[in-house]
Ligand binder design. Structure first.
Ligand SMILES: *[C@@H]1O[C@H](CO)[C@@H](O)[C@H](O)[C@H]1NC(C)=O
Ligand SMILES: *[C@@H]1O[C@H](CO)[C@@H](O)[C@H](O)[C@H]1NC(C)=O
Ligand SMILES: *[C@@H]1O[C@H](CO)[C@@H](O)[C@H](O)[C@H]1NC(C)=O
Ligand SMILES: *[C@@H]1O[C@H](CO)[C@@H](O)[C@H](O)[C@H]1NC(C)=O
Ligand SMILES: *[C@@H]1O[C@H](CO)[C@@H](O)[C@H](O)[C@H]1NC(C)=O
Length: 319
């Protein structure tokens, strides 16, 4: 009986100590700890913090988000209780009103992290939209914060291919990023790009990922210099940013004519065709219409460019 009691007691102790379970705490980057908590269970976790070895024998006092903690939290190594999503910026100081020494930001990530609230979804794209104007290895990704989380800040971005880091630079507004894969040009792609952004809104951290081959996101830029010659023949040039030589990186073009006033993606078309040439002669009766053309890599059948158009009226043509 006593043995059973001890076992039960021991199990109880194990359960209690799993409260400060180290497995759910990860150092994401310098001065940032991430605590993973399950959704919807009022979690309480003790998180160990260290001010730093350099301050081992100093009278260290901690603050949370710039404010003193009640009761006072003192010592180089401490444990703070984090309840639910209440992380924060813990700073350590030399004595109660002393100078700032160091800090640790505690962020909370839900586990699993599938109930995201910070970014909005693009139709058919997920939360991150990536595109490249050619195969030279540069690509751009964007995301959109939801209106209620407009203050959310990007903490970290990881982009890599086959375990090799791809250098990236965040756009000034924090809603996009430019990356340059130097290893890529003109090689057959065998490995996908893995892209992750870590973004936080107050203490809530969310990670968003996207994986792709460059060929899946190469979208030709708008066609260049669309023009009309001798009344019914349209010509255009490859986008200036498209890969050269053009004979090797061939495009094909979807050509479409819709009624005047309708958008190019209208289903209500007068005619529709595909060509590999950069000219097209329109043979139709109406003299009021919209001529639309867009491009696609002819080998990968990847994403189309946006439409370019000319509006044709009896006596005027505007491209
Ligand atoms: C400051 O704290 C971080 C942990 O958040 C630690 O890695 C770093 O060594 C500390 N800095 C100093 C000077 O001790
Ligand atoms: C945390 O506080 C330190 C010291 O005031 C500051 O340098 C750092 O930027 C803060 N970090 C965040 C994420 O608020
Ligand atoms: C999140 O994942 C958990 C476990 O895999 C699942 O039970 C839950 O339905 C998911 N929630 C959403 C909103 O997808
Ligand atoms: C790749 O193409 C983009 C778009 O045309 C251009 O801005 C960039 O300079 C090119 N990069 C290299 C390394 O050629
Ligand atoms: C237009 O033509 C293209 C190829 O010529 C075809 O893939 C597409 O389905 C056509 N669209 C419509 C609306 O008929």
């Amino acid at each position: 009986m006593r043995v059973l009691f001890l076992i039960v007691l021991y199990a109880g102790l194990c359960y209690a100590s799993s409260d400060s379970d180290q497995e759910n705490i990860e150092i994401l980057m310098d001065n940032v700890l991430v605590l993973r908590v399950p959704y919807g269970l009022g979690s309480r976790v003790y998180v160990p913090l260290t001010c730093g070895e350099a301050y081992q024998n100093q009278p260290v006092v901690w603050k949370k988000n710039g404010e003193e903690i009640e009761p006072a939290l003192q010592g180089n190594q401490v444990k703070v209780l984090v309840e639910e999503m209440n992380g924060g910026n813990y700073t350590c100081h030399l004595g109660p009103d002393g100078e700032y020494l160091n800090h640790t930001v505690i962020l909370i990530q839900l586990d699993p992290d599938n109930r995201t609230v910070i970014l909005e979804e693009f139709p058919e794209e997920g939360h991150i939209y990536c595109s490249a104007p050619n195969y030279n290895g540069s690509f751009h990704c964007t995301w959109r914060r939801s209106p209620t989380r407009s203050n959310a800040a990007v903490l970290l971005v990881k982009a890599e291919r086959n375990s090799e880091k791809i250098p990236c630079e965040l756009d000034a507004d924090g809603s996009g990023i430019h990356c340059k894969d130097a290893n890529c040009p003109y090689k057959e792609e065998q490995h996908r790009v893995f892209f992750t952004i870590y973004i936080h809104s107050d203490s809530r951290l969310e990670a968003y990922t996207k994986t792709f081959y460059l060929r899946e996101i190469v979208r030709p830029a708008n066609l260049h210099n669309l023009r009309i010659t001798d009344g019914k023949e349209f010509s255009w040039n490859y986008p200036e940013s498209w890969a050269k030589p053009c004979t090797y990186f061939g495009l094909q073009f979807q050509v479409k004519v819709v009624q005047k006033g309708l958008p190019c993606d209208s289903k209500n078309k007068i005619m529709n065709d595909t060509t590999e040439k950069t000219t097209y002669k329109v043979n139709i009766k109406p003299n009021k219409y919209v001529f639309c053309v867009r491009a696609q890599d002819k080998f990968t059948n990847g994403p189309f460019s946006h439409w370019s158009r000319c509006i044709v009226d009896k006596h005027t043509q505007v491209c």
